[in-house]
Design a protein around this ligand. Structure first.
Ligand code: RFL
Ligand code: PHB
Length: 389
């Protein structure tokens, strides 16, 4: 088989890139390790920046998002002294859209089907070859047979645990990492959301987040020690803990019910540099991870897709190969800004096991600034709604 761009990974990065390239007249093949049902069963991000929403519009996959997504003009922050709101619309004139990653992925699959895309699911032992030559190729196994895919370029969209990043020799790349000493226990439930907008809560017992997917589907998280196992947490124990950490007025009226999904995610900040190795380009979680506080992961994957799309179009359609070298540096500037914001918001909102009384006071002072200082709110709002591409 031969294609112009081989895409490793059929998550949101891979599918969005494939969709946009195909619309530009560039051929793609997507190789995904899991089944389609498995990919669509993953519950992940829920908040889309305007830049990502615009990219979905450009890709022709925004119809359901426009219909079912909810525009949020601000967010709530809860502290020991009560709750306050940062009004994004008022501070920076922009909003975010609450629409699940699972829905985005579903919409992308349907759009790809409509374009007749080639997406190989359950592709095992994907391996990248000759990526520093002008004739790279990919091999994989499917139904017990080995296949070869020849291509001009490879996009590594295979997430944090994929094969693309380790294809770059260890001595040719650098990893920047911070691992946080806690995780997020999350549940999805068929209940009315606790509030109209998200609530990020800083509480002495630990962080909590009240989020949602729709008017009838809620997503909640509580900070837990890394040693906790999901089996230890009954639904009742989760709701009790969440209630303790959210403001009383919210806890008292909050609807609870059986969880549809429950899982623990570790928190980490991670960047791999460079993002390009010969004709291989890393995109999304394959190149970087942010802690979910701040909702930047999926949105960063989208901005990577935008930069790589521009570079591949210039190289393939306009024969401007130099544009490809600009992909990594352009993407990384935005990635590090989002790294800083996600790290800041994680540090501001969580209880750290080794937090001293001094650290605690600084956290409180910073929250107070955010509550009372317009310039602090502008900075937060500008980052939360997404920096320009
Ligand atoms: P993905 O989604 O991990 O997709 C990678 C795909 O590659 C496949 N794959 C392989 N395929 C072939 N061969 C191999 N060897 C392969 N290895 C892996 C995988 O099966 C998979 O299908 O990466 P992608 O596309 O870069 O997308 C990134 C986003 O998924 C991620 O950044 C976000 O989910 C992060 N995130 C959030 N981001 C936001 O912008 N807003 C949020 O509100 C938000 N909340 C979250 C989140 C992530 C979370 N978890 C569980 C990590 C909340 C949580 C709890
Ligand atoms: C979510 O709804 O899953 C979500 C929302 C905001 C975040 C993280 C996760 O910061």
């Amino acid at each position: 088989m031969r294609t112009q761009v081989a895409i490793i990974g059929g998550g949101p990065s891979g599918l969005l890139l494939s969709q946009l390239l195909m619309k530009a007249g560039i051929s793609t093949v997507v190789l995904e390790r899991k089944s389609r049902d498995y990919v669509l069963s993953r519950i992940r991000a829920g908040v889309l920046e305007q830049g990502m929403a615009d990219l979905l519009r450009e890709a022709g996959v925004a119809e359901r998002m426009e219909r079912e997504g909810h525009v949020h003009d601000g967010t709530n922050l809860s502290t020991a002294h009560g709750m306050f709101r940062v009004n994004f619309k008022e501070r920076v004139g922009k909003s975010v859209i609450v629409y699940g990653q699972t829905e985005v992925t579903q919409d992308l699959y349907e759009a790809q089907d409509a374009l007749g895309a080639t997406i190989v699911h359950e592709a095992d032992n994907v391996a990248l070859h000759d990526v520093t030559t002008d004739k790279p190729y990919v091999t994989y196994e499917k139904d017990g047979q080995t296949h070869r895919l020849d291509c001009d370029y490879i996009a590594g969209c295979d997430g944090f645990h994929g094969v693309s990043r380790p294809t770059i020799p260890a001595e040719k790349r650098q990893e920047f990492e911070r691992v946080y000493p806690f995780g997020w226990l999350g549940i999805l439930s068929r209940t009315k959301p606790a509030a109209e907008e998200l609530i990020y809560a800083n509480h002495p017992r630990g962080f909590a987040l009240a989020s949602m997917r729709s008017d009838t589907l809620s997503r909640y998280y509580v900070q837990v020690p890394l040693t906790d196992k999901v089996e230890q947490w009954s639904d009742q124990a989760f709701w009790d803990e969440l209630r303790r950490r959210l403001p009383d007025e919210v806890s008292q009226t909050m609807e609870t019910g059986p969880s549809i999904e429950k899982s623990i995610a570790p928190l980490r900040s991670f960047v791999n540099e460079p993002m390009q190795w010969g004709r291989l380009f890393l995109v999304g979680d394959a190149a970087h991870i942010v802690p979910p506080t701040g909702a930047k992961g999926l949105n960063l994957a989208a901005s990577d897709v935008h930069y790589l799309l521009e570079a591949l179009k210039a190289a393939i359609l306009d024969k401007d190969a130099g544009a490809l070298d600009q992909y990594g540096p352009r993407a990384l500037t935005r990635i590090w800004a989002a790294m800083r914001f996600s790290w800041w918001m994680t540090t501001l909102m969580h209880r750290f096991p080794d937090q001293t009384d001094f650290d605690q006071k600084i956290q409180e002072a910073e929250l107070h600034q955010l509550e009372t200082m317009e310039s602090a709110q502008i900075t937060m709002a500008r980052n939360y709604v997404g920096l320009p591409y």
